[in-house]
Design a protein. Structure first.
Length: 235
C-alpha cells in the first residue's frame, strides 16, 4: 500500500502490479531448498498434486483417442508401478513432464496410423520414450509391467529397416563390428531425437557414446544422399 520503499539503502518507487512468485517442489531431483532467511520473506501456498489420470484422459481425447479413460488409467498405473519398482536413477522421470511427452508421442503415432489399435499405439509410445533411458534390468521389468497391463495385446516391433541397413553399412565402412545391441541403441537415440528437443547420452567412459552419435549422423547423411526424402522421414 506504500508508494515507495527502502532497498539496500536506496529509496525506490513501488509498483502495486508487480509481484514475485517462487515455485518449489522439495524432494524433486536436482532441486535445492530455499534458505530460511529468504523463505521468511514470502507467504507459503500449498499446492495439491494434480490428477494425472484426468489430465491424461482429456489429452487423449484431444489427440483423437476413443478409449481415453481406460488408456489414461493404465498409463498412470504403469508410471506409478515403475516409480516404485524400478531402480532409482537420477535421469529417471515419471512425473508430469514424462506423462506429457508420452501423450504427445501417442498422438503423433495416432495421426500417422489412424487404423492401428489404440492400445498398441500407447504401448509403442511408452516403450519408445522410456526404454532408451532405462538400465538393462529395468527394461526387462518395465516391459513385464506393460505386458501385465495389456495382457491381450501382442507387442509388434516397428523397425525402420532403411536406417538400420544404413547404420550397419557405416559401421562396416569404418572398420567396426555390427553388434545388434549397439545398433538398437542408435535407433533408440534416433527415435528419442524425433520427439525430444534436447537429448543427453549417459554412460561410462569408453562405452560408445561418441561412436553412437557419430555413426547415427553418418548413417542419416548416407540415407539422405541415396534415398528420396520420404525414406528419411520419421516413422
Amino acid at each position: 500500500k506504500h508508494g515507495s520503499g527502502s532497498f539496500d539503502g536506496h529509496k525506490m518507487k513501488l509498483n502495486k502490479n508487480f509481484g514475485v512468485f517462487i515455485t518449489m517442489n522439495p524432494g524433486y531431483a536436482g532441486r535445492t531448498e530455499l534458505p530460511d532467511n529468504l523463505k521468511a520473506l514470502f507467504r507459503p501456498i500449498c499446492m495439491m498434486i494434480p490428477d494425472y489420470a484426468l489430465i491424461a484422459e482429456i489429452m487423449f481425447y484431444a489427440e483423437g483417442f476413443a478409449d481415453s479413460k481406460s488408456l489414461a488409467q493404465k498409463m498412470v498405473q504403469l508410471y506409478n508401478l515403475s516409480s516404485q519398482q524400478l531402480s532409482k536413477q537420477d535421469h529417471y522421470d515419471f512425473g508430469m513432464r514424462a506423462v506429457k511427452s508420452i501423450l504427445v508421442m501417442a498422438g503423433s503415432l495416432k495421426r500417422s496410423d489412424p487404423e492401428a489399435g489404440e492400445d498398441m499405439l500407447l504401448i509403442r509410445a511408452m516403450r519408445d520414450a522410456n526404454v532408451p533411458k532405462f538400465l538393462r534390468d529395468d527394461t526387462t521389468l518395465f516391459m513385464a509391467l506393460i505386458q501385465d497391463l495389456f495382457p491381450t495385446v501382442e507387442i509388434k516391433e516397428a523397425i525402420n529397416e532403411d536406417l538400420v541397413k544404413s547404420i550397419e553399412c557405416v559401421l562396416r565402412d569404418t572398420g567396426k563390428q555390427v553388434v545388434k545391441s549397439f545398433v538398437d541403441k542408435m535407433m533408440q537415440l534416433y527415435e528419442t531425437m524425433v520427439v525430444r528437443h534436447g537429448v543427453m547420452l549417459v554412460g561410462a567412459s569408453l562405452s560408445g557414446k561418441t561412436t553412437n552419435a557419430t555413426v547415427l549422423k553418418d548413417a542419416l547423411q548416407k540415407l539422405k544422399k541415396e534415398s528420396p526424402p520420404e525414406k528419411v522421414a520419421r516413422r
